[in-house]
Design a protein around this ligand. Structure first.
Ligand code: GH3
Ligand code: MG
Ligand code: MG
Length: 366
């Protein structure tokens, strides 16, 4: 009897231990999943936006991988996917490093050209100075000539030689200046186009996240010195994952391009459109109040929702409808860029929770 009671007691104790162990395992799994996602996000941030390196494809791959890690997929499939991506990460890092090394070599070559030009200039100046000194010496000798006629003749020859030397130097210098200024113009143009390129999102052509951060920080800082209206719209495509899942990633990419174009057509040319993240855009409206920001947001929502989208290769019957959710905030006195973005984000979250395809502003959140 006592033995049976002990056995039951031990069984109960065992199941309590198992439950505790299971709970621990779950917590550990959740923590590892969160850590993996955070690390993948960090790696994404390290990839520079460089079209030649297909950075966007790499970043999208990492976003998908992060998503897969938490999915219900089999462990073996997850492991295979992870190994493939681990190799991709290594290859991408190597490509990015060699790209940066190549740029460094190009800049060194430019510095080399300029240094050589300066050295040549210096040598020529030294030769010219030597010629002048020699002529000076000859002039000195002439003062010792007694015959005034011979003196005049010799002087004339020296003056002519001096003039010829100066003319030659002038021609050489102006040719060199022309060549250098042509090189500087070419370099300036190249630098400008590289700068523009590095601020653009490779897929949609709108500004990238780095450029957005720079612009919003500049505008908010300028606002502290000279207050002016600035509205910020955070735009998120509704149910975008469904498009990827139904029609594939490339179709999703085309939708992103179409959305960027629709937004571009709905705002003024001095408004700034940026791709903030995967399927999220940010629009900065300089000079616009919160009310104007909401108005523009509603216009964009209306234009996008009323259009129909037929993706390449899709049967006409599969025409798509798309909608956006938008959160709006406006710059306040003493505001920071982080606070401005965070208020627009909260408003966007509210728009999602209230049924999507709508605009909410920071006023609705208070
Ligand atoms: P919600 O209406 O709540 O915004 O839902 P959603 O499906 O739009 O949002 P969710 O965050 O669930 O999914 C966003 C998806 O966007 C997941 C990710 O794979 C995809 N994505 C992110 N970047 C890209 C990209 O560059 N190209 C493509 N095709 N998909 C991307
Ligand atoms: Mg979305
Ligand atoms: Mg989103």
């Amino acid at each position: 009897m006592l033995f049976a009671f002990r056995k039951k007691e031990t069984q109960a104790q065992n199941s309590v231990d198992w439950a505790t162990e299971y709970e621990c395992c779950e917590k550990r799994r959740d923590f590892l999943l969160l850590a993996t996602r955070t690390l993948l996000q960090c790696i994404r941030q390290f990839a520079l936006d460089i079209r030649e390196l297909n950075s966007l494809e790499f970043q999208t791959g990492l976003a998908e991988l992060a998503e897969r890690m938490g999915s219900e997929e089999k462990l073996s499939a997850k492991q295979a996917g992870f190994q493939r991506h681990a190799q991709d990460i290594g290859e991408f890092a190597e490509k990015q490093n060699s790209y940066l090394r190549e740029r460094e070599t190009e800049f060194k070559a430019i510095i080399d050209i300029l240094t050589k030009a300066m050295v040549t200039q210096d040598c020529e100046n030294r030769e010219f100075n030597r010629a002048i000194l020699q002529q000076g010496r000859r002039l000195e000798e002439m003062t010792r000539l007694d015959d005034i006629k011979r003196l005049k003749q010799a002087l004339l020859i020296e003056v002519e030689q001096l003039q010829a030397a100066i003319r030659e130097k002038e021609t050489r210098e102006s040719e060199r200046i022309e060549t250098l200024s042509r090189q500087v113009t070419t370099l300036n143009n190249e630098l400008q186009s590289v700068r523009n390129e590095s601020e653009r999102d490779g897929l949609t052509g709108v500004l990238n996240r780095r450029a957005f951060d720079r612009h919003i920080n500049d505008l908010v800082a300028r606002n502290t010195m000279k207050p002016q209206d600035v509205a910020l719209l955070m735009v998120d495509i509704d149910d975008f994952k469904r498009i990827n899942d139904t029609y594939g990633h490339q179709a999703g990419d085309r939708v992103l391009v179409a959305m960027a174009n629709k937004i571009r057509q709905s705002v003024r040319s001095d408004d700034l459109i940026a791709r903030y993240g995967g399927e999220e855009f940010a629009i900065i409206l300089p000079g616009a109040s919160l009310r104007n920001g909401i108005k523009t947001g509603k216009q964009i929502c209306g234009v996008v929702a009323s259009a129909r989208y037929l993706l390449e290769g899709m049967p006409p019957a599969d025409v798509l409808s798309l909608t956006l959710s938008i959160g709006v905030s406006a710059c306040r006195k003493g505001d920071s860029a982080t606070a401005l973005v965070s208020r627009a984000d909260k408003a966007l979250y509210l728009a999602k929770c209230s049924g999507k395809n709508r605009v909410q502003s920071e006023k609705d959140c208070s």
